[in-house]
Design a protein around this ligand. Structure first.
Ligand SMILES: [Mg+2]
Length: 124
């Protein structure tokens, strides 16, 4: 099970990578949305964890590209962001996010949310 991770914050990108690697997932981590999109197109992924605020291409724009693409429109996407405002969460869901987690987050909660996406959307 491969998780595409996009976050411009080195600390969080490393943290998410370590948490999900320890939980048994294969990780493909990138520092902005453009690099994540290029990798997704080239190599695919099963689930995506995207930060919203990133340079070059932010998480909302990347989510839009994912949902507009026949190959990836059903890809489970969890948005991960420091923004805790209601309108940002609503914007994320309206753009097609499946779940939303605000930083800082509990490690076990991140793994639990990814497992829910795996179970509900991938039918496992
Ligand atoms: Mg960011």
């Amino acid at each position: 099970m491969k998780v595409l991770v996009a976050d411009d914050d080195n600390t969080f990108r490393t943290l998410v990578t370590e948490i999900l690697s320890d939980a048994g997932y294969e990780i493909s981590a990138h520092e902005n949305g453009r690099l994540a999109w290029e990798n997704l197109e080239a190599e695919g992924a099963d689930i995506a964890v995207l930060d919203i605020n990133m340079p070059e291409m932010d998480g909302i724009e990347l989510l839009g590209k994912i949902r507009a693409d026949e190959r990836f429109k059903s890809l489970p996407v969890l948005l991960l962001t420091i923004r805790a405002f209601t309108e940002d969460q609503v914007q994320g869901y309206e753009h097609g996010a499946d779940d939303y987690l605000t930083k800082p987050f509990d490690n076990d909660v991140l793994v639990a949310r990814i497992k829910v996406l795996e179970r509900r959307i991938l039918g496992k």
